[in-house]
Design a protein around this ligand. Sequence first.
Ligand code: NAD
Length: 298
Amino acid sequence: MKIAFIGLGNMGGPMALNLLKAGHSLSAFDLSADACKKFGAEGLPIANSAAETVSDAEVVISMLPASAHVEGLYLGGVGKPGLLDSIRAGTLVIDSSTIAAATSRKVAEAAEAKGIAMIDAPVSGGTGGAIAGTLTFMVGGEAGDLERARPVLEKMGANIFHAGAVGAGQTAKICNNMLLGILMIGTSEALALGVANGLDPKVLSEIMRRSSGGNWALEKYNPMPGVMETSPASKNYAGGFGTDLMLKDLGLAQENASAVRAATPLGGLARSLYAAHSLAGHGALDFSSVLKLVQKAS
Ligand code: NAD
C-alpha cells in the first residue's frame, strides 16, 4: 500500500519504520530537518513537503504534537492551503496524534466534504510500544473506515479498539492519559517516601509491583533512575513522552470535563503539578521526571 506519513517524532518515526519493514511503500515528512535526517538514515524515503507525500498516497497518517498542528496541517491558515486540498478523493486519512475530540470532528467533516474518509486513532504504549509495534489504537470513526485502516494499524499495534464515532478515540485516549498522569505522580510519591526512609528503590519497586500498588509505571516505566534500564528515567529522562505533552493531555481532559460537567479533582491537581514541573524548566523531559517534584534533593 502507498502510505504518506507526516510527523517523525519520538512516536511517528518508529511507527513509520514498522510500516516500511512490513513492505508498504512509504513517503514521509517532518518539519524538523533533524527528524528527517535521523529517520532518512534509517531507510525512510523523505519527501520535500507534506503535499509531496500525499500525491499518490492511498493512506495518509499523521502523528503530530497537538490540535493546532493537526488543524494547521489539514485545513491550512490565512494564505496557506491545507493538505486536504492535495489529498485525492477516496483516500483514507488516519490521525494518530492526541488532540481535542472537537478538532478531530472539525477536520473529519472538512475531509468528508472533499470525499476523503478520516478516522482518529490515538495510541497508547509509549515509545517502547511504537518501536516494538505493540501500540494500542483507540479509533473513532465509521466501522467501514476502521476495517480499511486495520491492515495498516496491525503493523504498528497489538490492540485495536473501536471507541465510537469520529472523536471517540480521542475521548478514550484522554481518559487513559488522565489516569496515567495521576498514577505516575502517585508512584513517584511512594518511591520517594520509601527512599527517604532508606529503602532500596529497586526492592521497593518490586514489592509494590507484586502487591496491590502494582501498575503500568512500575511494570514498564519506573520513574526512579537506575531501577529499570529501559525507562526514560535511566536515560536522564530523554525521549519518551514529554512533560509538556502530558500537560497538554491533562488540559484536554479538564476542558472535556468542564464541557460535560464531570468531576475530575485528581486530574485537575495532576495538571497543576505537571504545569509547575514544566515551569521549573522540565517541559521537554519525559513526564516521569515529575518525580523531581517530590524527591528529596541529594
Ligand atoms: P514529538 O514532539 O516527538 O514529535 C512530533 C513531530 O511532529 C515533531 O518531529 C515535529 O517536528 C513534527 N511536526 C509538527 N508539526 C508538523 C507539521 N505541520 N508537519 C510535519 N511535521 C510536523 O511528539 P511524539 O512524542 O512523537 O508525540 C506525537 C503525538 O503522539 C502527540 O500528540 C502525543 O501526545 C502522542 N503520544 C505520545 C506518546 C509518547 O510516549 N511520546 C505516547 C502516546 C501518544
